[in-house]
Ligand binder design. Sequence first.
Ligand code: SF4
Ligand code: SF4
Length: 430
Amino acid sequence: MGRRKLGLELNRPGRNLGDPDISIPVAKDLLKVKGVPIREPEVSYYSREFPLESFSLTESASAEWAEKERRKVSPEISELYSDYQERILPWVDKLADISRRSPLCTPDGSDISDAVRDKARELGYGEVGFVRFDKRYIYSSRRPTVRQDLPSAICLAIEQDYVKTQNIPGISAEEAQGDAYLKQAELSIKLAEYLLQSGYSAQISGPVWHFGPVIPMFVQAGLGQLGVNGQLLSPHFGSRARLQVVITDAPLTYDSPVDYGIYKLCETCQICFMRCPGKAIQAQRVWFRGVEKNKLISRRCRPVMTRFAGCGVCIKVCPVQKYGMAPVMEHYLETGEVLGKGSDNLEAFELEGKGYYPSGKVPSFDREFFDMPEGTQEDLVLEELKNELSDSGHLAPIQKEEIWERFRQGVEAGVNKKRRIIDMGMDIDL
Ligand code: SF4
Ligand code: SF4
């Protein structure tokens, strides 16, 4: 270990509008790649041949399972989610309505990047960047709804409350997440109205309805890099940043990816991988749809999230989240070590009803703990129908009718789910 050579000094805007710029010193041995390693032709190929689809649609069976299980094992969290859904639902139509509104004046066509950035920061966004709207990341079911005439994306991050986030996993951290989403809804409408008043159109992705994954565009905009935990590690908030995108036809100057040293820091750190209670983060990076990343195994994550307040240990134990990127990078430059690694201050967590886990200790679960249905709810009820019918030769006609009735109710329940938000903040299907 010991002091490292300085590779580059990055200057980024301060945390709040009006704060002085911050400086992030990146050690030379942490420099590797601007943004993430990416194979553009592969991203295009997968987008064309195997378009992305929303997890809320492809894994609706496990979402249904999670809702029931949560009501059983964690009624307080279940109630919190219901309350959040009631509060966020009125925003859903307002957010969708913006994309149908016409600009309120004729613009002069000049670049308005600085004005938009200042407006977003003034509203309360902590990170703001501009990129070409990358349509390769639109979910296939959303393609008819997403406006194709808006070529640019404004990437916007707000901070989830710091203190409450450190209580992950727990109800106050979940409250903080819900509060951040509600704030996003309000702020993005104000920003979209500003664009309309400036003579341009806007469509909002997040906090409930998403056109697709947005982290790739945030990385492209230089607002952070992808961590092993699958989250954007942003300079001020690390993985505590809540992300949103507004697409527009306003003339904007695009930003570019930055090497903050996260790719290499993660290789040395690995804390989220080691601390994940579900062992849901893959150890090695793999190439997936043209991007090199650590894959998350959802069937090992969701059962933990469902039973332990949305889990999120991988957010909490990340030093960039806990201490901020500049202190983490300064510490590495001075010592060659990851700030907080091995300490309870960073790594300890508690799973309610299961135990307290200081650094070096992790919980274990039976194999059955991870049993949950996979795929869509519709596929699941069809599978159940087939199983019941295949074994129904001896049943009376009335009993067979009951099987069909259960099937009908199952399909209807799936259809009626369409305007329900899944978990806290996951995608709603309009
Ligand atoms: S949410 Fe929990 S279980 Fe899921 S990846 Fe993160 S730490 Fe692991
Ligand atoms: S905990 Fe460590 S390995 Fe995981 S994302 Fe954060 S810096 Fe990277």
